[in-house]
Design a protein around this ligand. Sequence first.
Ligand SMILES: NC(=O)c1ccc[n+]([C@@H]2O[C@H](COP(=O)([O-])OP(=O)(O)OC[C@H]3O[C@@H](n4cnc5c(N)ncnc54)[C@H](O)[C@@H]3O)[C@@H](O)[C@H]2O)c1
Length: 358
Amino acid sequence: MRVAVLGVGGNGTGKVRVLRTCPEVDSIIVTDVREQRVREVADELDVEATTDLDRILNDRDVQLAFVSSSNDAHRELTVAAIEAGKAVLCEKPMANTLDDARAMVEAAERRDAYLEIGFELRHSKLYMKIKQWIDDGLLGDVLNTHCLFVSSAYWPKGTWRLKPETCGSMFGEKLSHYVDLPRWWVGGNVTHVHAQCAPNAVPYYEINDNYHTTYRFDTGAVSHLTFMMAPAATFQGDPLQNVIDQQTGDGHELRYLVQGTHGAAEANVFSRTIRRWQFSNQEEDFTSKVVEELTWPAAEDHDYFHNTTDQTKEVVRRVAEGLGPATPARDAYETTRLCFAAEAAAAAGRVVALDEFV
Ligand SMILES: NC(=O)c1ccc[n+]([C@@H]2O[C@H](COP(=O)([O-])OP(=O)(O)OC[C@H]3O[C@@H](n4cnc5c(N)ncnc54)[C@H](O)[C@@H]3O)[C@@H](O)[C@H]2O)c1
């Protein structure tokens, strides 16, 4: 299969490296709007590279395109690739406006095309374990989830991620992963969301750098996400993409608690643990005890909490076999809707119904 990567910065470069390991892939072509980057990539990765997007769109041999550009180009590249008959994996967040995200889903549905969004946490062992516990009935019905995410301010000044017009929002760019998970775990539909932001801690971020967000599902379950960027000790790089040992104990936190009717689960990235509690027969005497505790070696960090590799490989396999996406784009659109509703709730300081965002 011939595969294209549209946008070859950090993420796109990683995609090329993984694609090289896929037996189904026999040729790769990449594009970027930066001529210099295209020249560098051709040398560094020894790959066919062009600034001419149309060359890829008109190449009938290209079956699959990975959209790894900055967020402001996701709609344009995704819709163009779908219209040209390609299957697409577009990185999260889907787009910088809900209209753009809807246009992407509708383009895919109109052509019955493969469109998947880069929510690789659904392919990561840590979060899959919790999903398995839930599906096996070990937690009962999920009632509450809580995510605490504390990070250093690792996006440097002057990058596209700090501006609303190129990034969209912190919610889409960073937190879409962490609201997508409870949607996957709980399985119901989010009906309402409330969010509050304090003034920013990092003065040169033009997007919000903190959130307290609560959202309710039609199952009755409630999820909360607290995100603070700045308090953890400075680390010049994404703490989740680099060696987490360096951040352990320095204030970085990424922790999920999931509570059900029969038990609870915890995922703790920085202590590399997953735990499960089981509740007693509650009518008699409500007690809780830890019944499972798992950990993983540092060498498996990527597989456990950030598994872009397996998502990329699975997309290639599915497209090669003529299958649809593991998670339909319509489902990712629901996560996107939640992100925009949370932003609106934070801006307005009120509870927002998801129905307000179609
Ligand atoms: N799933 C994840 O965990 C994860 C991790 C990192 C990045 N991402 C996503 O991947 C995307 C890229 O992030 P990155 O870290 O590689 O950013 P980056 O800035 O390193 O690279 C983005 C590249 O896109 C190029 N570009 C911009 N507009 C383009 C266009 N119209 N056509 C072709 N190329 C274009 C830029 O020139 C740049 O080289 C973002 O959407 C980001 O949110 C996802």
